[in-house]
Design a protein around this ligand. Structure first.
Ligand code: DLL
Length: 434
């Protein structure tokens, strides 16, 4: 479902549409949500004063803490009779935020998710196995509605139960798998270790739409080679809608943002200043069509870059880079900024390590201490001590070289780090717990 009219609109026309929709969205939020009224009044800004995209900088941000402070329904802009669905998320850190959807919001969500599946080459001919969790998390139902809208056959299995996932992929002829990238690797591991009889080449699986957590190019390669499929990055956040905010097309060079529904800016996370196109910073969202829970300048904390390039797929929407981390997830180790995704990228380059790891940060006296627990493969683990010592030295040196901090490396035996069916818990920051 490549909606040519909306997805390959000339950019001048798109900007006009965004301006018109921004005016509506701001007036709607101001009129119906006390929080926006107070925040706008405090900033001395009235929605009627919004005349051009340049006026965006005058509009106050919405912080996650403010969403939480309005728990549960304080940011709803329509009466409850109009709300037909609720989802809730803890995001990647902290407490729950609650979002609501009107009938029309669910329609828009299905539309952007149908586009996402189409971006990954999907159509009514596909059988889509939805192994994202169903429930308050937006992954399961988000992909489900999009797959139905495109006319595909949906297998709503939800997360977990790897044996059953494998059975249905084979028996139902699943062509597309939707789950987190860490679970996809988990499934590939499981086949290798426990199901030598299971051959990916005997299945019809040809693509995967993976997201909900940061992942690297190396992880993509790993999934693609081990399962023999094409792996696409899909991105979204519940505060904005769920999955369906942006996704990769066949070019696999950045994720197209569905700009007719979401207006994006990149800001400096420290100062809040808008940064020029192509700069790396925090991505901020304003919903253009959402009725139940409009978000105006929502600070996502996700770090990325947005830019326009004329894409071979014909879509005229800007692209965003793979999210490299979160401004609030960034670890500061002895004064050095470290993103978990950098550590992952290093591990993936080193032969013998598995993509299962955990970063444990602690404070010994006044010093930050970082330990990286890395699983190694069966072969390496059964090797002699010297091989293991060499490997751990190599990882330590590489970390020091790239990150600029020294880390303690602990090699763990195969399958000793807890697996997740959803988002993997990569970081244990004991400094926050104390
Ligand atoms: O994770 C929505 C989703 C479901 C997206 C299924 C893709 C697939 P939340 O639980 O609200 O929503 O978490 C949103 O997860 O701000 C990012 O930090 C992170 N995230 C989501 N997708 C990606 C991705 C869903 N493709 C938070 N790459 C976001 C990196 C991602 N991070």
């Amino acid at each position: 479902m490549f909606n040519k009219d909306s997805e390959s609109m000339p950019r001048t026309k798109l900007k006009d549409l965004q301006l018109e929709r921004l005016k509506w969205s701001m007036a709607h939020a101001y009129k119906n949500v006390a929080h926006y009224r107070q925040a706008f009044d405090k900033a001395g800004f009235k929605p009627e004063q919004f005349k051009s995209l340049d006026d965006m900088k005058r509009v106050p941000f919405l912080m996650k803490s403010e969403m939480r402070a309005n728990y549960p329904f304080g940011l709803f802009a329509v009466p409850m009779e109009k709300v037909i669905r609720i989802h809730s998320s803890s995001g990647t850190t902290g407490n729950a935020t609650v979002v609501g959807y009107t009938k029309n919001d669910i329609e828009v969500w299905a539309e952007v998710m149908a586009r996402t599946i189409a971006c990954a080459g999907g159509s009514e001919k596909d059988i889509v196995q939805v192994a994202y969790g169903y429930g308050l998390f937006t992954g399961g139902l988000g992909v489900h509605y999009g797959a139905e809208k495109i006319g595909a056959t949906v297998v709503p299995i939800s997360g977990g139960n790897t044996d059953r996932q494998l059975m249905l992929i084979r028996d139902f002829g699943t062509t597309m798998l939707a789950c987190t990238p860490s679970y996809a690797i988990n499934v590939a591991d499981y086949v290798e270790k426990k199901r030598p009889d299971y051959k990916w080449s005997d299945t019809k699986l040809r693509a995967g739409i993976f997201g909900a957590e940061p992942w690297t190019e190396q992880m993509r390669k790993e999934i693609e080679t081990r399962m023999g499929i094409q792996a696409f990055d899909i991105y979204g956040l519940s505060e904005v809608i769920g999955p369906g905010v942006s996704c990769e097309c066949s070019a696999k060079s950045g994720l197209h943002v569905f700009e007719d529904h979401f207006f994006v800016e990149i800001i400096d996370p420290e100062t809040g200043e808008i940064l020029p196109e192509g700069s790396s910073g925090e991505i901020v969202y304003t919903s253009l069509t959402k009725e139940a829970c409009p978000v105006i300048r929502y600070r996502s904390r996700d770090i990325t870059r947005i830019y326009y390039d004329s894409c071979s797929c014909g879509r005229t929407f800007v692209k965003m880079d793979k999210v490299s981390g979160r401004s609030d997830d960034m670890l500061i180790i002895r004064g050095v900024n470290v993103f978990p995704s950098q550590i992952e990228a290093i591990l993936m380059e080193i032969e013998g390590t598995e993509p299962h790891y955990q970063i444990i940060v602690d404070r010994k006296g006044a010093m930050d201490d970082i330990e990286i627990m890395v699983e190694v493969n069966e072969k390496i683990f059964s090797d002699e001590v010297k091989v293991l010592t060499d490997l751990s030295n190599r990882i330590r040196q590489r970390m020091q070289g790239v990150l600029g901090v020294s880390a303690k490396i602990t090699l763990a035996e195969p399958r000793s780090i807890a697996r997740s069916e959803g988002k993997a818990q990569r970081v244990v920051d004991k400094r926050k717990i104390k």
